[in-house]
Design a protein around this ligand. Structure first.
Ligand SMILES: Nc1ncnc2c1ncn2[C@@H]1O[C@H](COP(=O)(O)OP(=O)(O)O)[C@@H](O)[C@H]1O
Ligand SMILES: CC(=O)OP(=O)(O)O
Ligand SMILES: [Mg+2]
Length: 392
């Protein structure tokens, strides 16, 4: 019998290009990360709290990731009592973390084409994890939960009531990442979180709550991502549909897999490669990306009463000082007296009084906390789901 206060929880965070996992008892026992899994082969890196990294080859990329993780955990940690999964879908089906059941999983499966880079694989991992750990309870954790506290003016889309009735509203994504930022930086004042990974978004936060976020009903919206278009004039989508004879799946593939940075750079998605390359399409792709991100930051500032900080997260945001400088350079005009200070643009912005923070988010820690709260029955909502974000 599991002791309810101390279940062993495995958090599985399937991103569009990566798998992250953490097993807590509740202390952290094992952390795992496999990056850039869209490639055929990859590597799973495992870390224990005492240091010491183990690397396991993933010859079949995604297909070998979960078996490799299960094998490695078996020799390092107790069996999980609970497996909590990040779920990317803007839908009333999952507004807060909740235990999974067959009916919910079937309904999510029926919607999975709406987040094609995320949900099919996340649900596949739910199935595989169930086979690896048949005795574990399953909790599903929406990536949008944090954004349920958006103000109404940010959440509503300017559409007529009949169109909005079907659930079209700003759901927002990367909510677990932004929750991690506000959890880890309790002194953060009004700030803009710039999450740049495979998927990219910009979120204004104040008092631990969202004020605005760029993605709306899908992770293809907002600022351009590595292979996703971001927001477009609606007529663009309609003309793409006309050109394909109404082939919605084909247009969805174009907007999710062949657009954004990849669309302008001839299919390249590694910004380090683009920064090294001297060709015109790499240069244009980077300039468009940086411009759109910086413009989204500037717009997000208008949702705040005061602008204290900009927080860079995600593989690119936390990993690339060059990209941070390119974004910050475009923000200097917002701050009187910022330009002219010595140092690179991020330092100049900081000198003007805007903290420039680099944060490695821990979405798995947030998922762990939320799963434990759900199983304790804390703060259950009307449908039995606990709200993701705690009011501060
Ligand atoms: N140091 C770095 N400089 C630039 N880009 C990086 C760096 N490290 C990782 N990336 C990029 O970050 C992206 C992955 O972001 P991440 O947030 O880890 O993944 P996901 O979006 O799947 O959650 C990849 O496109 C990778 O090329
Ligand atoms: C929501 C989203 O875009 O996630 P990721 O960055 O993992 O692709
Ligand atoms: Mg991610």
């Amino acid at each position: 019998m599991v002791e309810p206060a101390r279940p062993v929880v495995l958090a599985l965070n399937v991103g569009s290009s990566s798998l992250r996992a953490a097993l807590r008892v509740p202390e952290l026992r094992v952390r795992a990360h496999a990056a850039e899994l869209s490639r055929a082969a990859g590597e799973l890196a495992l870390d224990g709290p005492g240091g010491g990294r183990e690397r396991i080859a993933l010859p079949d990329g995604w297909d070998s990731a979960l078996p490799a993780l299960a094998g490695a955990l078996a020799s390092r940690a107790p069996q999980p009592d609970v497996v909590v999964h990040r779920i990317v879908l803007g839908s009333d089906l999952l507004v807060g973390p909740r235990p999974a059941d067959g009916a919910l999983l079937a309904r999510l499966r029926a919607e999975s084409h709406r987040a094609p880079l995320h949900l099919p694989r996340q649900l596949d991992v739910v199935d595989r994890a169930r086979r690896c750990w048949p005795g574990a309870r399953i909790v599903l954790c929406p990536d949008s939960g944090f954004h349920r506290q958006l103000p109404d003016e940010a959440e509503v889309l300017p559409l007529p009531p009949d169109a909005r009735a079907s659930g079209l509203r700003r759901w927002g994504f990367h909510g677990l990442a932004v929750q991690s930022v506000v959890d880890r930086l309790p002194d953060l004042g009004p700030a803009v979180v710039v999450h740049l990974g495979s998927g990219c978004s910009v979120t204004a936060v104040a008092d631990g709550r969202p004020r605005h976020t760029t993605m709306a009903i899908s992770p293809a919206g907002g600022v351009p991502s590595l292979t996703r278009s971001g927001d477009l004039d609606p007529e663009v989508v309609l003309q793409l549909l006309e050109a394909t004879g109404g082939d919605v799946d084909a247009v969805r593939r174009t907007l999710n897999q062949r657009s954004g940075v990849a669309g302008l750079s001839g299919g390249r998605t590694d910004v380090r490669e683009l920064l090294r390359a001297a060709d015109a399409s790499a240069d244009l792709a980077l300039r468009v990306f940086v411009r759109d991100v910086a413009m989204a930051v500037a717009a997000a500032v208008t949702a705040l009463d005061r602008w204290d900080a900009v927080v860079f997260t995600g593989g690119i945001g936390a990993g690339s000082a060059v990209v941070r400088d390119l974004v910050c350079a475009r923000l200097l005009s917002l701050r009187q007296g910022a330009a002219g200070h010595p140092g690179p643009p991020a330092a100049q912005l900081a000198a003007s009084g805007v903290r420039v923070v680099v944060e490695h988010v821990d979405e798995e820690a947030v998922m762990d906390r939320l799963a434990r709260a759900v199983l304790r029955g804390d703060a259950a909502g009307p449908d039995g789901a606990a709200p993701v974000a705690r009011p501060r």
